[in-house]
Design a protein around this ligand. Structure first.
Ligand SMILES: Cc1ncc(COP(=O)(O)O)c(C=O)c1O
Length: 397
């Protein structure tokens, strides 16, 4: 499977705050993207900026062999939101997924990667291996990479087919998944599918890696959807966080590793000069504190339920809308482009018309479904207005 990106209208971004974006001509937009799950706490939050700048004024860099009190503070916050886990720090989401896969390979001695069809996990070598479509730069590097693609949840007998395939894939060392498959237009992985993955990976000694780069940091209503309320035995071995961890202010990513697995490695093996810089950690601590102080998890859960219902109600009679997919504020409106194109709409003109109506949105790769991932602080009545506008634009197509 290849993956195609549609050319989208470009926004000449001048400034942003909360759930609003301004372009250089003075137009104002409601943001429905969070920059692809980055600015979960709202754009340009002063609280995070101040904490980051204060640490930067003291020392923005520290060599890895020096104490780092900001990293200590981050460890304390992580103990609150992802208890009992060790941290391997890096800079990008892709780098953290690479680290998770390296760790899996080290402890299992097996190189095979199980992944979901169409999922995206980053552009590094390991992350590309976990990415469920053809990535051309891997071919010369790993021409015979051992990978297995799992079926999407809507495919008939998906859970049983996936279990049989995992059992037959003897080279499997790691399985990478998301609770909501972001790139695949927010298809949600049902509980039964997730339970099977935990059970089979436990039994076969496959390292289970949850990519929470998109679904984490309260996007689905909890800091980490694979840890919150999940019994210990069903939790993934490694949870990966990035992007919204610092609300986009500074590059920082983490592998949150179960203690019993962390004991089998030395975090120093995954060293990186810029990982866990004091100012990055200060930004992450301020971000987490902001989420906690504003109850953003509960807020995202409530707002997400209300927004999804409003989208269903508003688009019920609109031809070309097939489903509202996702969970929390990680949603997508699935569209039938055969119908919409007959009515003169294209993916580009849809985004253009939404922008003309004051909404900044983006599309899922290949299928061009409408992605809806607003900052978690967006008021619910603003999202009700967005649902009405989207339905109006599609109905007028
Ligand atoms: C789910 C998911 N995983 C991993 C990545 C890679 O993160 P980064 O771009 O920080 O390398 C992305 C980026 O879009 C993502 O959405």
């Amino acid at each position: 499977m290849g993956l195609a990106y549609t050319i989208e209208p470009r926004l000449d971004l001048a400034s942003a705050e909360g759930w609003h974006l301004h372009d250089r001509s003075g137009r104002l937009f409601v943001d429905l993207t969070s920059g692809w799950n980055v600015t979960n706490a709202g754009w340009n939050r002063a609280e995070i900026d101040v904490a980051w700048a204060k640490q930067g004024a003291a020392s923005w860099f520290r060599p890895s062999w020096c104490d780092n009190s900001q990293l200590d503070a981050l460890h304390q916050r992580m103990e609150l939101i992802a208890p009992g886990r060790s941290i391997i720090a890096s800079c990008s989401g892709s780098e953290a997924i690479d680290n998770a896969l390296k760790l899996a390979r080290l402890v299992t001695g097996r190189a095979g990667v199980i992944r979901f069809e169409g999922a995206y996990h980053g552009s590094g070598t390991g992350a590309s291996l976990a990415t469920g479509y053809h990535v051309p730069h891997l071919d010369p590097l790993l021409p015979h990479a051992p990978v297995l693609d799992l079926p999407l949840p809507e495919e008939p007998g998906a859970v049983e087919v996936a279990e049989a395939a995992i059992r037959a894939f003897e080279e499997a060392g790691a399985l990478v998944f998301e609770t909501v498959l972001t790139n695949m237009a927010c298809r949600e992985l049902p509980k039964a599918y997730r339970a099977m993955l935990s059970r089979v990976c436990n039994e076969l000694g496959i390292i289970l890696i949850a990519d929470e780069i998109g679904t984490g940091m309260n996007r689905l209503g909890a800091f980490f959807s694979t840890l919150d309320g999940v019994p210990d035995r069903d939790q993934p071995d490694i949870v990966v966080s990035a992007k919204a961890l610092t609300n986009g202010l500074y590059p920082l990513s983490l592998c949150l590793v179960r203690e019993r697995l962390a004991m089998q490695c030395d975090a120093g093996w995954f060293g990186s000069t810029y990982a866990a810089m004091p100012s990055a950690c200060a930004a992450a601590v301020a971000t987490i504190d902001m989420h906690l102080a504003n109850g953003l998890g509960q807020r995202a859960a409530n707002t997400g339920t209300a927004f999804a219902q409003a989208l269903r109600d508003q688009t019920a009679a609109v031809a070309g809308v097939t489903a509202v997919a996702g969970a929390g504020l990680e949603l997508a409106l699935h569209l039938d482009w055969k119908i919409l194109k007959c009515q003169g709409l294209t993916p580009f003109t849809l985004l253009e018309r939404l922008a003309d109506a004051g909404l900044f949105a983006t599309l899922s790769p290949s299928e061009n479904h409408l992605m809806l991932m607003p900052p978690l602080v967006t008021p619910v009545d603003v999202l009700f207005g967005a649902a009405e506008t989207i339905a109006g634009v599609l109905a007028r197509a």
